[in-house]
Design a protein around this ligand. Structure first.
Ligand SMILES: *Cc1c(COP(=O)(O)O)cnc(C)c1O
Length: 398
């Protein structure tokens, strides 16, 4: 754990991201040690017995916990103000774990409709198979959350800002509705990153991340994490996690720990470039609309000001001329790469209608505002002037 200053003052996020959770071995290494081990040995049979009984602290098996993985969990806990956490092999493993351990047959879930495709699959298909029903709502309409509540409602689920249209949902208001209904609120905070939004502090009960995105930030490995109170993890996730094995590899945990050290400066730089690019696009007559959470013309600007510490590293925009124009724009880019990933040091562009959201019906896409001309740009760490010149080149080709 990060020790507070000797005068008891809490450390600021950037400091926590460098030092939080560090456990040094007897060698006093500067950089976090990589404990690439499956298991652990005990001095005596009595010690093994005591460890299994929980009478003596220590690691047992890396499916349960591992020192490097634990350092990653502790660093994230310190940043989020969470009581406990479990790191997972991917973001989807984190979401699947939470949704499966928190509800049972007969329960009901309410979720905001604008969801990552795989989250929608878990809610509509995996949970349905287990006898859990679900209602999808427009997450920005608080009346729809209220109206969806039933006596058996146990869990609310949302993603904010949403993918790909960067809508922002009022976390505190939805948390209040969930709690009044006796349900918990789970927030997928991937797009905001822990630097720009803290769902637990806003009233959410559980926060999940795909660490694959900004937390790694350099396109190397998959990972995820579930953060909540000590009680919630102990009562709901602890046994499920141990026995189903979604555990993060220590090697990937080590990579993600190093990613956290630079997360604050990366998010800041990427967000600044995204803001400049959004303003630039807004000035072009070839662009029908720009959606950027840092701009005053964002439809949810008031909520953003209330609950976020910044805009986004992503920009969504609609090119006039539909799919053909959007494809021309994408193909003319030389620096920005075409990819469905996000949060990377490399700028990436996605055409949601034909890739990440191709499985939705045309009607469902229309309801989410995913037009044929919509593109999602994940801003990287390149020099912003180069990115703007690249975008100029692409606009000229439309
Ligand atoms: C990428 C992503 C996930 C899934 O994460 P993986 O690490 O790819 O499994 C879940 N939610 C959101 C919002 C994402 O962007």
């Amino acid at each position: 754990m990060t020790k507070p200053n000797s005068d008891g003052r809490a450390l600021r996020p950037a400091t926590t991201m460098v030092h939080g959770g560090t456990m040094r071995s007897q060698f006093g290494e500067t950089s976090e040690a990589l404990f690439l081990t499956q298991g652990f040995v005990y001095d005596t049979a009595e010690a093994a017995e005591a460890r299994f009984k929980g009478e003596e602290p220590g690691f047992i098996y890396s499916r349960y916990a591992n020192p490097t993985t634990r350092m990653f969990e502790e660093r994230m806990m310190a940043l989020e103000g969470a009581g406990d956490a479990r790191a997972t092999a991917s973001g989807m493993a984190a979401v699947a774990c939470v949704l499966q351990c928190a509800v049972k047959a007969g329960d009901h879930v309410v979720a905001a409709r604008a969801l990552f495709g795989s989250c929608l699959y878990i809610i509509e298909t995996v949970l349905a198979r287990a006898g859990v029903t679900a209602t999808l709502v427009d997450g920005r309409d608080l009346d729809q959350w209220r109206a969806a509540v039933r006596p058996e409602t146990k869990l609310f689920f949302m993603e904010t800002p949403t993918n790909p249209t960067l809508e922002v949902i009022d976390v505190a208001a939805v948390a209040e509705i969930a709690h009044a209904a006796g349900a918990i609120l789970v927030v997928d905070n991937v797009f905001a990153t822990p630097m720009l939004q803290r769902p637990l502090a806003l009233g959410a009960d559980v926060v999940v991340y795909s660490a694959t995105k900004h937390i790694d930030g350099q396109g190397r490995c998959l990972g995820g994490i579930v953060l909540s109170s000590e009680e919630w993890i102990a009562e709901n996730l602890h046994d499920f996690f141990r026995h189903t094995g979604p555990s993060l590899s220590p090697f990937n945990a080590w990579t993600l720990l190093k990613g956290l050290e630079t997360l604050p400066i990366r998010v800041k730089a990427q967000m600044e470039s995204a803001g400049r690019i959004a303003d630039h696009l807004a000035g072009s007559n070839k662009i029908a609309r720009v959606i950027y959470p840092g701009r005053p013309d964002h439809p949810d600007a008031a909520i953003i000001a209330k609950q976020m510490q910044g805009g986004s590293t992503l920009v969504a925009f609609e090119v006039k001329g539909g799919k053909e124009a959007a494809f021309r724009f994408s193909n003319a880019l030389e620096i920005v790469k075409i990819s469905n990933n996000l949060g990377d040091a490399k700028s990436l562009i996605t055409h949601p209608a034909t890739t990440t959201h191709k499985n939705l019906t045309e009607e469902a896409r229309a309801r989410l505002g995913i037009d044929a001309g919509l593109l999602r740009l994940s801003t990287g760490l390149e020099d912003c002037d180069d990115l703007i010149e690249d975008i100029e080149r692409a606009l000229a080709a439309v």
